[in-house]
Design a protein around this ligand. Sequence first.
Ligand code: FES
Ligand code: FES
Length: 173
Amino acid sequence: MSTKVTRTWTVNGEKKVVEVLPLRRLLDVLREDFGIKGTKEGCGEGECGACTILLDGQPVCSCLIGAGQILDGSEIMTVEGLEKTEGGRILQEAYMEKGAAQCGICIPGMLISSYALLNSVSDPDEALIRKSHAGNLCRCTGYEKIVEAIQLAAERWPTGISNIKHRTLIRHR
Ligand code: FES
Ligand code: FES
C-alpha cells in the first residue's frame, strides 16, 4: 500500500497543500481535491490534450502526471488562472470572435497551449501554431477557426506580459 506524500504548490497564484497518494493523477487532484474543474478529461491516456495545464510554464497533460512527481514549489496554471491574465483575456475574446469553440471540451486545454505559444513566440506562423497545438485534438471545429483565433490573438498580444518560464512549445508525454 502506497504512502501518501505532502506537496505544496502554487495553483493559479494560490498556495495549495495536498496530502496525496504519489500516483494520483494531477487531473484528479485539481478537479476533485481542489474543486478546480475547468480542466477537462477526454481520453485519460495522453492523446487528446483536453487536460492540458501549465506546469512551471510548460504545457503538460495532467492525466499523465502523478502528484508525487511534482516537486514542492511548483507552479500550476489551469484555465481558471489563465482567464485572470491579460493574455488569457485576449485569447478568450479572439476565440469567441472567431467562433472557435463548439462543444467546448477541448477549449481549456487549447487555450493553455495557445497561451504557452504566444508567451514564447508572439508572431508564430501558421505551421508553428499547428505544430504547437498538435497534441490538442478537437472533434468539432476542423481547427481552422482555432488557428484564426490564435492568429488574431497574436496580432493583439502585447510584449512582455509573460512572467513564467517556457522551456519548450511541444507537449511532453
Ligand atoms: S485527458 Fe486526453 S490527454 Fe489527458
Ligand atoms: S470544440 Fe468540441 S472538441 Fe473542440
